[in-house]
Design a protein around this ligand. Structure first.
Ligand code: ARG
Length: 405
């Protein structure tokens, strides 16, 4: 199957990554907070780290698709090109005069150059150098401002789309700095020849929902974190749609603290085996889940909240969900959680990719019988995302179905 994902751990066949590029070079101490980076990455080293990540995946038989490459091929379709520039020009901050100038500027770009602008944005000075830049809005901009904002978080392909079986949820990103990302994923899935006929399960105009919050615990069982990014309304909408298309029988809605350290469910919990997760210890005992199932009237029906580990085991039809801790002592656990120790990408049951810096967590995984492929991430990690955040699985081998609840 070309596009099919029903778990977090079935053998990974195809994945979508984004090799970071000029959009990272836009980050400065003035804008890094609003662009959701905790530091200023060294771009060349981040690219090397990312290349090594992609290479590790390919060495394990995974087909790696690159967002930039798919985007350039998508732009070749006139309708896609019009949609993508339309989404960029829709920014109300531009105003009519500047919008017309930017539109003309974009029209004159070839596919590669337009791709670069869509990803890295357009700086005030670049428009001036290109011979345009008039009108009130442009005149009152600071020379450091962007006419089109860059998208440095494209690196985290997990968040802007998520595949559930053969359907793709193009998500609805919560933070203003990331919203335009989904015009890119949407255009790719709708117009790139590789994805002809892809069924859209979710769309950017809907209630906030981010892929980092969506965990496919087992075929038919989806956990959705609600917190800083995904809203309860987003989880409810996803549940309703997944039920009506028979993609799931249970959605476990998991409240997580609305903080940067726990911005997505996958920052505190990822799966490493069909019945095991690596989890931040303070949450293992306290995290709860609201089980949502399809009621007789077809509407989502919310059950009693239960400890997450119990609710998960029950929905997955297993006796117990095994928990592997991040770090051994509370300080190490907290440090390694921050550095994405919990954010592993499974390539198959008991085989995962993790940042090498999380020494204790990786040792814990190995003690539990999980093979760990270590990658460097000192620069990549400055955007607060690990191997899972940086990857959107498009094809995994199916797992045997869980007992229907
Ligand atoms: N799935 C994830 N945990 N993604 C991490 C995204 C990090 C990114 N800087 C953001 O704040 O949005």
């Amino acid at each position: 199957m070309n596009q099919y994902v029903d778990s977090e751990v079935g053998k990974l066949n195809t994945v979508l990554l984004h090799r970071p590029g000029p959009e990272l070079a836009r980050l400065t101490p003035r804008n890094n907070d609003s662009l959701l980076f905790d530091g200023i990455p060294w771009v060349g080293r981040a690219q090397e780290e990312h290349d090594a990540f992609a290479e590790a995946l390919r060495n394990h038989g995974v087909e790696v698709l690159h967002l930039g490459q798919l985007l350039v091929e998508t732009i070749a379709q006139p309708r896609a090109r019009a949609e993508l520039t339309g989404a960029t020009l829709a920014d109300p901050r531009l105003g009519d005069t500047l919008r017309d100038e930017v539109a003309e500027h974009l029209e004159n770009l070839d596919a590669g150059a337009l791709r670069d602008v869509l990803m890295a944005g357009l700086a005030w000075e670049e428009l001036r150098a290109a011979g345009s830049g008039r009108g009130l809005v442009y005149r009152l901009m600071d020379r450091h401002d962007f006419v089109i904002d860059p998208l440095p978080n494209l690196l985290f392909t997990r968040d802007s789309s998520a595949w559930i079986r053969g359907h793709v949820a193009v998500t609805s990103l919560a933070m203003p700095a990331r919203r335009r990302e989904t015009s890119i994923t949407r255009a790719i899935y709708q117009h790139h020849p590789r994805f002809v006929g892809a069924k859209l399960l979710y769309e950017p105009r809907l209630e906030p929902l981010e892929g980092g919050d969506v965990l496919l615990l087992a075929p038919g069982v989806i956990a959705v974190g609600v917190g800083e990014r995904t809203t309860p309304a987003g989880a409810e909408r996803l549940a309703r749609r997944a039920f009506s298309r028979e993609l799931a029988h249970t959605v476990l809605v998991v409240p997580i603290a609305q903080e940067r350290a726990t911005m997505h469910l996958d920052t505190v919990c990822t799966m490493v085996d069909i019945d095991a997760v690596v989890m931040y210890p303070p949450l293992a005992d306290t995290m709860i889940a609201f089980p949502v199932r399809q009621g007789a009237d077809g509407e989502p029906e919310v059950g009693k909240p239960q400890p997450f580990v119990n609710a998960a085991a029950e929905a997955m039809g297993i006796g117990r969900l095994r928990i592997i801790d991040t770090g051994l002592d509370p300080v190490t656990a907290e440090r390694e959680q921050w550095d994405d120790g919990n954010n592993t990408l499974a390539l198959a049951p008991r085989l995962c990719v993790a940042y090498e810096r999380n020494v204790e967590t990786n040792a814990q995984l190995e003690r539990a019988g999980i093979e760990v492929i270590r990658i460097a991430g000192s620069e990549l990690g400055s955007g607060r995302g690990g191997p899972r955040c940086m990857s959107c699985p498009i094809s995994r081998d199916p797992l045997p179905a869980a007992r229907s609840a």
